[in-house]
Design a binder for this molecule. Structure first.
Ligand code: SF4
Length: 280
């Protein structure tokens, strides 16, 4: 079974999910060689339209189509059996180091996440997949049901690009109901309640607004504020990177100067945090 047969009828199916022309619109995509996760298969819970609680100015998936702050059953695009059957089919054909919930939006907005993660855990164990992971924007980690779902996950890659509410609104453009302090609280709760590895993912960028104003998230003040926040969260690792593929939004986004990224990274390291800097 492929998703092109059952879920994305407009996508020409090549009969091999690993070469799917639907790319990030496929339910299972990859394997991709991930800098952080090794050879990885992605699980995309929103193949038909992007569902996210943010609308980041740099998003590789383009603008958010359905912007919601919590799971909504009317937004289900693929059911658990479909995800599991398609993944099983792919795992029967190829080997992978990791399986990661990622893709076209925010995976924690999937309403049946706990049941899905439980099934994915069993499948990963059965096929000897080394790590089950999730890439999240951290906006829902304060909810108990999301944390229950994440008990099944080995690795959480959690986005935190900024250290101030004002920049959070400009760069991540969350739903109005989502406050920066709730994101931090959620991350602290995840750290306290879960045994999963917690990696914080920070994307550094220069953004030139329509009015010509320059917004950055990597000044020394940004770094010191971020270091203070991260010392409270206590992640296992902090992954710092920048835009490395063309953004699919129309905003003017640029990479920071490499030396400034190094300075930012050093400030975090000096605060006792384990940091990996991805320059490309
Ligand atoms: S949180 Fe991720 S998927 Fe959502 S808009 Fe931001 S970059 Fe895109």
């Amino acid at each position: 079974m492929t998703c092109a047969d059952k879920i994305i009828p407009y996508s020409p199916c090549v009969g091999d999910c690993t070469r799917c022309p639907a790319k990030h619109r496929a339910v299972i995509y990859g394997p991709v060689q991930s800098r952080r996760r090794g050879r990885s298969l992605g699980v995309n819970l929103f193949p038909l339209k992007k569902v996210c609680s943010f609308d980041c100015i740099y998003c590789l998936r383009g603008r958010t189509i359905v912007k919601i702050d919590r799971p909504d059953i009317s937004q289900v695009q693929v059911n658990i059996d479909q995800v599991i059957n398609i993944l099983k089919d792919v795992l029967n054909k190829i080997e992978t180091d990791t399986v990661d919930l990622s893709g076209n939006g925010e995976p924690t907005l999937y309403p049946y996440l706990e049941e899905l993660c439980s099934e994915l855990r069993k499948l990963c164990d059965e096929y000897g997949v080394k790590s089950l992971g999730i890439f999240t924007n951290s906006s829902t980690l304060k909810y108990e049901n999301i944390l229950r779902a994440l008990r099944y996950v080995d690795h959480i890659e959690a986005k935190l690009d900024v250290s101030l509410e004002e920049k959070f609104k400009i760069i991540n453009r969350p739903c109005e109901t989502i406050k920066f302090k709730d994101v931090i609280e959620g991350l602290m709760k995840a750290r306290k309640n879960l045994n999963s590895e917690l990696a914080i993912q920070i994307l550094l960028l220069r953004y030139i607004t329509d009015k010509g104003e320059l917004i950055v998230n990597y000044s020394e003040d940004d770094a010191y504020n971020m270091a203070n926040i991260l010392q409270k969260i206590e992640p296992d690792i902090v992954n710092i990177y920048t835009v490395y593929r063309p953004v699919l939004t129309s905003y003017k986004i640029e990479k920071p100067d490499i030396e400034l990224m190094r300075t930012y990274s050093k400030i975090l390291e000096n605060a006792g945090l384990k940091v990996r800097l991805f320059i490309e």
